[in-house]
Design a protein around this ligand. Structure first.
Ligand code: CU
Length: 511
């Protein structure tokens, strides 16, 4: 099965998945006994969170803006004209009081990705709050007890695939840290390029089965629009560029559905790549965030090895590699020791054509900028999940699961539909349990699965703590959750086009 393309898979299944309900509502959050965001137990848990007594108040405006991408003026929606900003950075334990002002023409929210947050601040419309209407404001007030690298984005429709994202760093005053602490936000970009929008891209993906009907092969023709293969009919993909094969061995097959026209690092394309300055010998901490919607990135820095110290905000036992792949919603903190010179930092769009980049430059050198070419390390030793081990404080205590669920990742390429099945509509834990969810990917594509409000452990990977895990085609991964944060929480694919067509459900605490 693994060698089949999605096109072949589709012709074998005949699009049977179309009969599967979207499951968008999941375990109904309005069911009897569901613990809602305003429940007293939510407040009781919140009252026990670590605080340092400080509050940081700020305003965040989501608005239509024009951004400059290497001299090209591009209309989009964003929080600031400089993409991937504002960076919010606080000391562990600081209370954040962020007022969201919605200047967009449609409702929005902010989701604080990866943070074990109070449920009513999680930013999921219809589940933890009402969507914030155009012209309205909403105050997000929450604590930051767990240090790490996080980010924030809307949880409405496909808004994440516009410019609505920025980093949130919670610093640990007891951590040694680096001499240089640099956030690297990666993104795949189509919004405003030749009239593209994420909504148009999704419409093209949904419609492509019919539009590209090629007679007897009609069931599978939709695959062409989703980048599974190339053929002589040279279809165009949703981003309007000529499609080529987008496959990755490391991702187990199809790398994504959309060939983006551009990839950005800290909001800038390669033609305007940013520079990171460091002293020779400085310890540089890179906090890498994938804010993309349909693209994994493979990251390396020429002339340097990378020591992975954290994933999804939580510490791991340091492991040194040449490169790593980061899926949508994942974060890796890596350290390097800067060597004299000017070096390309390169984020290849995995399985796709294109990259984002930056320059690491030491302050002793007047070297001209290095050529923007792939570092040798891109093809070197690649980080595997199996190489990750949590630090002792990050480990969950040994315990047998009280509840076990299986959630299947399903899809039908007929009409472009993705879904979660199995126990997806029955995720009804109680507070104080150890819950195991086995995520079984029955599709022909990888999926980065994200759980809100918790950092789960991966029992199959040494107990490493994460909140977003890539699951390859035909594989299954178990996640262990200590149910210590009552409320209603999304479990979903962080490919926004998959999430937007049904690959989501609710992890729904019950009394
Ligand atoms: Cu997915």
């Amino acid at each position: 099965m693994n060698s089949l393309t999605r096109r072949q898979f589709l012709s074998l299944t005949g699009g049977a998945g179309a009969a599967v309900a979207l499951g968008a509502c999941g375990a109904s959050p309005t069911a009897p006994g569901a613990i809602g965001p305003q429940a007293s137990v939510v407040a009781a848990v919140d009252a026990r969170r670590y605080r340092n007594g400080l509050t940081k108040a700020l305003a965040l405006t989501a608005a239509p803006l024009t951004v400059d991408l290497a001299g090209r003026q591009v209309p989009t929606w964003a929080y600031a004209t400089e993409l991937a900003t504002p960076e919010i950075r606080v000391t562990k334990g600081t209370e954040l009081a962020v007022t969201l002002r919605n200047a967009l023409p449609e409702p929005t929210t902010v989701h604080w990705h990866g943070i074990a947050i109070r449920n009513n601040a999680d930013g999921v419309p219809g589940l933890t709050q009402k969507a914030v209407k155009p012209g309205a404001e909403y105050l997000y007030r929450f604590d930051t007890p767990n240090p790490g690298t996080y980010f924030f984005h809307p949880h409405v429709g496909l808004q994440l695939d516009r410019g609505l994202y920025a980093p949130l760093v919670i610093e640990d005053p007891n951590e040694a840290g680096g001499d240089v602490d640099q956030v690297i936000v990666l993104d795949d970009w189509l919004d405003g390029i030749n009239g593209q929008t994420p909504d148009k891209a999704l419409a093209a993906l949904k419609a492509s089965g019919g539009m590209m009907n090629r007679g007897s092969d009609s069931q599978s023709s939709g695959m062409n629009a989703m980048g599974g293969m190339s053929d002589s009919s040279a279809p165009t993909n949703a981003a309007g560029t000529a499609m080529s094969s987008m496959t990755s061995g490391a991702l187990g097959g199809d790398a994504g559905d959309i060939a983006y026209p551009m990839y950005l690092l800290n909001g800038r394309p390669p033609a305007d790549r940013p520079t990171i300055n460091a002293a020779v010998g400085a310890k540089v901490r890179l906090r890498v965030i994938n804010a993309g919607s349909d693209t994994a990135f493979r990251v390396a820095v020429e002339g340097h090895r990378l020591t992975v110290t954290h994933t999804d905000g939580w510490p791991v036992q340091p492991v040194t590699v040449d490169s790593f792949i980061i899926g949508m919603g994942e974060r890796y903190d890596v350290e390097l020791v800067a060597r004299s010179g000017a070096w390309p930092l390169y984020a290849q769009a995995e399985g796709k054509t294109g990259h984002a980049s930056a320059v690491l430059r030491t302050n002793d050198t007047s070297a001209t900028s290095p050529r923007d070419v792939p570092p040798g390390g891109l093809g070197g030793q690649l980080l595997a999940y199996s190489a990750l081990q949590p630090t002792e404080p990050a480990r969950l205590a040994p315990r047998q699961p009280d509840r076990a669920y299986t959630v299947t990742l399903d899809g039908s390429m007929s009409g472009y539909r993705w879904s979660l099945g199995g126990d997806a509509d029955r995720l009804d834990p109680r507070q104080g349990q150890r819950v195991r969810i086995t995520l079984a990917n029955r599709t022909m594509m990888w999926h980065p699965i994200h759980l809100h409000g918790h950092t789960f452990a991966l029992p199959g990977y040494g107990g490493t703590r994460k909140d977003t895990v890539n699951i390859l085609p035909g594989r299954q991964v178990a996640i262990d959750i200590d149910t210590d944060n009552p409320g209603q929480w999304m479990l979903h694919c962080h490919n926004v086009y998959h999430q937007g067509t049904g690959m989501m459900t609710t992890f729904s605490y019950r009394t």
